[in-house]
Design a protein around this ligand. Sequence first.
Ligand SMILES: NC(=O)c1ccc[n+]([C@@H]2O[C@H](COP(=O)([O-])OP(=O)(O)OC[C@H]3O[C@@H](n4cnc5c(N)ncnc54)[C@H](OP(=O)(O)O)[C@@H]3O)[C@@H](O)[C@H]2O)c1
Length: 179
Amino acid sequence: MNKLGLDYLDLYLIHWPVQGKYVEAWRALEHLYDQGKVKAIGVSNFQVHHLEKLLKVASVKPAVNQIELHSRLSQTELRAYGKKHSIAIEAWSPLMQGELLQNELLREIGAMYHKTAAQVILRWDLQHGIVTIPKSVTERRIQENADIFDFELTDEQMAQIDELNENRRVGPDPDNFDF
Ligand SMILES: NC(=O)c1ccc[n+]([C@@H]2O[C@H](COP(=O)([O-])OP(=O)(O)OC[C@H]3O[C@@H](n4cnc5c(N)ncnc54)[C@H](OP(=O)(O)O)[C@@H]3O)[C@@H](O)[C@H]2O)c1
């Protein structure tokens, strides 16, 4: 916070569920929350079994679970668990690090609305109630990624995009990482 020049943080997350450490790390976050130094605390890359273990001992429930999520990894189980326990789902690598942008279905749907595949993906997140954090260092793309509030995908288009799921990751698997 000193480096950021801030008196408090809006949201602070545990980045990865390191075995044997994440429950203790959660207690430290709860302490910061109780002191008012962070307004909300959450987790990242937690699977259902990690969340179940945490919820048994937590006095503050995670506000957010930030997970890899895109049309090839739609994370239906974690989304349902989040909905049941009021844990917001946040999508990292929502564009699959660019891999999804050439997808024909997404481009065809985009063309119907004069939108790009990236905008269709981000609109799909929005309509599913998923917080999304695309990254770009390019000003034009940052603007493009925010310009998704003037069109609406139909139920049929949402279902077609849902069907792209292959449970395929581009990042590490939270059940099998060693860092
Ligand atoms: N919690 C975690 O463990 C975790 C893990 C990985 C990532 N993240 C976070 O998730 C965020 C996004 O993830 P990410 O960067 O891996 O992947 P991403 O947002 O899916 O994709 C980023 C790539 O897409 C390109 N891009 C962005 N918008 C575009 C557009 N409209 N048209 C064409 N290309 C576009 C970017 O290029 P340019 O930048 O060159 O424009 C970049 O190469 C990051 O802020 C990262 O910190 C979190």
